[in-house]
Design a protein around this ligand. Structure first.
Ligand SMILES: O=P(O)(O)OC[C@H]1O[C@H](OP(=O)(O)OP(=O)(O)O)[C@H](O)[C@@H]1O
Ligand SMILES: Nc1nc2[nH]cnc2c(=O)[nH]1
Length: 188
């Protein structure tokens, strides 16, 4: 059951990793890099629900070239802080075929989610696959995929805000963007 005081407590004990200005500058830079690389390709942009909703909403208006937009929905964390089995809630649609596809997500952590999306999109006949993530988590384990476009690198701690939840909450956090849970909160 959602609990207001618990959610406020998590936020109050969190560290702020990046300010709104830093986040905005990172998204601006990504938009320029994506425009440079994909501006003439009329890509199909797929946003990964639900975490990528804020990032996508701020990045898309900065891409001043023709594109198509759709979404996929994949989940493997739920409201936990450790990843589990990947569940497809909305798979890519047939129209990925022969398209340059750019997949946008909030965070690349272990990379399992983005790698699964890449495999599925390419198996369905996409001409090319690119990935853009707002945050790339610096972990010691090797990842099955590296993102083509990255906003910020984050340390190996559970981050939230800017579309990313903590215990299901604070996806809507925009003022102190990308805060991080206190070390005293154990992983679940
Ligand atoms: O690189 P990985 O270790 O696979 O983790 C990254 C994924 O984890 C989060 O999704 P989550 O499963 O929490 O779904 P949600 O966006 O619905 O919260 C996030 O939005 C990414 O899609
Ligand atoms: N909210 C959130 N979701 C994630 N999914 C994978 N890693 C993370 C993380 O650090 N924070």
């Amino acid at each position: 059951m959602p609990n207001v005081s618990e959610a406020r407590g998590i936020l109050n004990s969190a560290d702020v990793l990046f300010t709104a200005e830093q986040v905005s500058a990172a998204v601006e830079r990504m938009a320029a890099e994506i425009t440079e690389k994909l501006g003439e390709t009329y890509p199909l942009v797929l946003s990964v629900m639900g975490g990528a909703v804020v990032f996508t909403g701020q990045l898309l208006p900065r891409l001043a070239f023709p594109l198509d937009f759709d979404y996929v929905h994949v989940s493997r964390y739920g409201d936990k802080t450790k990843g589990g089995e990947l569940v497809w809630r909305q798979a890519p649609k047939e129209d990925v075929q022969d398209r340059v596809v750019l997949v946008l997500d909030d965070i690349l952590d272990e990379g399992e989610t983005m790698a699964a999306i890449r495999d599925r999109v390419l198996n369905m006949g996409a001409k090319a696959f690119y990935s853009g993530v707002f945050a790339n988590k610096l972990i010691s384990k090797s990842k099955p995929i590296a993102a083509d476009f990255v906003g910020i690198d984050v340390p190996d701690r559970y981050v939230f805000g800017y579309g990313m939840d903590v215990r299901g909450s604070w996806r809507n956090l925009l003022s102190n963007l990308c805060a991080e849970i206190s070390r005293s909160v154990p992983p679940t």
